[in-house]
Design a protein around this ligand. Sequence first.
Ligand SMILES: *[C@@H]1O[C@H](CO)[C@@H](O)[C@H](O)[C@H]1NC(C)=O
Ligand SMILES: *[C@@H]1O[C@H](CO)[C@@H](O)[C@H](O)[C@H]1NC(C)=O
Ligand SMILES: *[C@@H]1O[C@H](CO)[C@@H](O)[C@H](O)[C@H]1NC(C)=O
Ligand SMILES: *[C@@H]1O[C@H](CO)[C@@H](O)[C@H](O)[C@H]1NC(C)=O
Ligand SMILES: *[C@@H]1O[C@H](CO)[C@@H](O)[C@H](O)[C@H]1NC(C)=O
Ligand SMILES: *[C@@H]1O[C@H](CO)[C@@H](O)[C@H](O)[C@H]1NC(C)=O
Ligand SMILES: *[C@@H]1O[C@H](CO)[C@@H](O)[C@H](O)[C@H]1NC(C)=O
Ligand SMILES: *[C@@H]1O[C@H](CO)[C@@H](O)[C@H](O)[C@H]1NC(C)=O
Ligand SMILES: *[C@@H]1O[C@H](CO)[C@@H](O)[C@H](O)[C@H]1NC(C)=O
Ligand SMILES: *[C@@H]1O[C@H](CO)[C@@H](O)[C@H](O)[C@H]1NC(C)=O
Length: 546
Amino acid sequence: MPRPCTMPPAMALLLCLAVLSSGGGCEGCRDDERATLLDIRGQFNYNSSLDWNSTATDCCRWEGVSCSSRTARVTGLDLSMLHGIASSTGLLNTTMFLPLQELQDLSLSGLKIQGCTPGAGFEVWSKLHRLKVLDLSYNGKLMESDVPSLVAISSLRSLFLNGNDFSSNMTIQKLSIMKVDTLDIGKNDIKGTIPTDICNMRDLQVLYLSDNLLFGEIPSCMQNLTSLRILGLSENNRLIVKFPSLIFAKLTSLEKLSLVNNSLEGVLSLSSLQNHRQLTKLELASSGNNFHVQTENPATNLPAQIQVLVLRNCNLNGNSGIIPSFLLHQHKLEFVDMSNNNLSGNFPSWLIENNVNLSHLVLGSNSFAGPLLPSKVHTGLQWLDASSNRLSILPVDINTTLPNLSYISLSGNSYKGNFPSSFSYMNSLQYLELSYNNFLDDIAAAFVGNMLNIIGLKLSGNHFYGSFSPNILLPAVKHLLLSDNEIAGKIPEKLCDSLILMTFDASNNKLTGLLPTCISALSELAILNLRENSLAGSIPSEVCGL
Ligand SMILES: *[C@@H]1O[C@H](CO)[C@@H](O)[C@H](O)[C@H]1NC(C)=O
Ligand SMILES: *[C@@H]1O[C@H](CO)[C@@H](O)[C@H](O)[C@H]1NC(C)=O
Ligand SMILES: *[C@@H]1O[C@H](CO)[C@@H](O)[C@H](O)[C@H]1NC(C)=O
Ligand SMILES: *[C@@H]1O[C@H](CO)[C@@H](O)[C@H](O)[C@H]1NC(C)=O
Ligand SMILES: *[C@@H]1O[C@H](CO)[C@@H](O)[C@H](O)[C@H]1NC(C)=O
Ligand SMILES: *[C@@H]1O[C@H](CO)[C@@H](O)[C@H](O)[C@H]1NC(C)=O
Ligand SMILES: *[C@@H]1O[C@H](CO)[C@@H](O)[C@H](O)[C@H]1NC(C)=O
Ligand SMILES: *[C@@H]1O[C@H](CO)[C@@H](O)[C@H](O)[C@H]1NC(C)=O
Ligand SMILES: *[C@@H]1O[C@H](CO)[C@@H](O)[C@H](O)[C@H]1NC(C)=O
Ligand SMILES: *[C@@H]1O[C@H](CO)[C@@H](O)[C@H](O)[C@H]1NC(C)=O
C-alpha cells in the first residue's frame, strides 16, 4: 500500500503537511488511529503472531490493516487474522471503533463475539459513514437480538452473517429493509419459511440462505430480484422449489445458482436457462425423488462457459440414459457431478479430454460401460468417482494418463483379474476404492509399487486371497477396508506400528490366530471390525482402553 512518504517528494511533502495538521506523523497512520487499533485489539485474547508492534509507528503496515494512499487513514481492518477470541465477556465495545472515521471494510470473522456491550449496539456504527463491508461470520454464539441494530448502518453494502447460530426467520425479515447488495446468512439454523419481505431487497446481487432449516415454497416474488448474480439456497432439505419456475427463468443475470439438497419438484427444462448468458455455476440436486431435468427436446444450449455443473439425482432425461448434449460444447468445466441418474453408454471420457481444467468428475450410480481413460494425458484431474457403474475394462495406463489423481473410486463395477499394478505408481493417490468388484489376486503380492501416500484403501467384496502380510500395511493408511475377501493367516504384530490407523475392517475373511494385544497402541483406532473370521482366544482386555 503506497503511503505519502513513498510518493514523489513534492507531493509527499504536501500530503505530509496535510496529515500532520490532522495529528498524524509522516510515518503513515495517525497517532489517534494507532491508539484506537491497539485499544480494539485489547478486547481480544489472542496467541497470534499478528505483527502489530506498538513501537512501529506506521500502523498502516500492520497485518490486517489497510489505509487510504491519499489520507493514510485506516480504511480496512481484518481482525480475523488475530485467530483470537473476544475477551471474557465475549462482548464487543462498538464505540471503540468510532475514531476510525474512514473505515470502509471491517472483518470480525471467527472471533467468538457474542454481542455488543449493553447500551451500544451495532447502530453505533451508523456514525462510520463509509462503512460498506461488514463481516461478522463464524462467531457461533452471536446474539440474534443484536442483529436488528445492524440495519441502522445505512452505508453498508455487504453483510456477512454466515456461520452463526441464528434460528428465527424474523432475523431475515428484519434485515430486509437494508440496501445491501450482498447478504450471506447461510450456515445458521434458521427455521421457517422465507419471509416475502426479502423481495424488497432489489439491490441484492449476492444472496446466500444455504445450510439452514428453511422450509415451505420459495416465494414467487423472488423473481423480482433481477439483479441477483449469485443465489445459494442449498442444504435446506425441506425448502420446496417447484418447476417449471418463473423465478429462475426471470433471473437472467444469474452467474451462480445452487439448489443442492433442496426439495426440488416437477420438471425443469434446462432450455429455460439458456438466456442466462453469464451462467458459470449450476448446481441442482434433489433431496427427494420427484424432480426431473430435461436437456433434450428442445435441446438446451447453455452458454459454453459453465465451470461447475451439478445435476445429481435429478432423473436426468427421464432415465433414458442420454447424456446432456450441450456438454459437447463445454470446454471450461472444472467440477462435474451427474451421479445417480442411470446415464448409460460409454463412459464419457471426452469430458476429461475436452476440459483441460476439469479437476472433479463424479459419475457414480449410472450405467456407464466401456473404457474409462481419456485418449490423452490429463494432468489436472484430481477426483474421479466412477463407482456403481458397469465398467469392466481395466484402466492399465491410469498412472500415465491421469497422473495427478488423489481420489479414485471404481467400487461396485464389474472389474476382474489382478490388482491393477498401475495404481502402485501414482504418487498423488490418497484414496483408492476398488470394493465390490471381482478382483482375484494374492493380497500379499499385489502391492508391488510403493503407494506411500495412500490414506484410504477399500478393497472389500473381492476375491483377494493369501496371507495378511505386513506389506498390506501401507505407511500413510488411516482407513483400511478388506472385508468380504478370502485373506488368511494371522494378523501380524506389525499392525500395531500403524499408529495413525483409524478404521480397520477385515471382517468376513479367513483370518486365524490371536488378535495381538499390542493393538491397544493404536490410539486413533475408532472402527475395528473382525467378525466372521476364525480368530481364536479372547478379545484382549487392552482393546477396552482404546
Ligand atoms: C492459544 O493457544 C493455546 C494452545 O494452542 C490454546 O489452547 C488457546 O485456546 C489459544 N488461545 C486463543 C485465545 O486462541
Ligand atoms: C518493533 O518495531 C521496532 C521499531 O520499528 C523494531 O526495532 C522491533 O524489532 C520490532 N519488534 C518486533 C517484535 O517486530
Ligand atoms: C467502550 O469504549 C469507549 C471508548 O473507548 C469507552 O469510553 C467506554 O467506557 C467503553 N465501554 C465499556 C462498556 O467498556
Ligand atoms: C416464519 O416461518 C413461519 C413458519 O414456521 C411462518 O408462518 C412465518 O410467516 C415466517 N415469518 C416471516 C416473517 O415470514
Ligand atoms: C414484483 O414487484 C412489483 C412491483 O413492486 C409487484 O407489483 C409485483 O407483485 C412483484 N411480483 C411478484 C411476483 O411478487
Ligand atoms: C447432500 O446430501 C447428500 C446425501 O444425503 C450428502 O452426501 C451431501 O453431503 C449433501 N451435501 C452436499 C453439498 O452435497
Ligand atoms: C484454465 O484455467 C486457467 C487458470 O485458471 C485459465 O487461465 C484458463 O483460461 C482456463 N482454461 C479454460 C479453457 O477455461
Ligand atoms: C436404467 O437404464 C437401463 C438402460 O440402460 C434401463 O434398462 C433401466 O430400466 C433403467 N433404470 C431405471 C431405474 O430407470
Ligand atoms: C495436481 O493436484 C494438486 C492438488 O492435489 C494441484 O495443486 C496441482 O495444481 C495439480 N497439478 C496439475 C498439473 O494440475
Ligand atoms: C505405470 O504402471 C506400470 C505398471 O502398470 C509401470 O510398469 C510403469 O512404469 C508405470 N509408469 C509410470 C510413469 O509410473
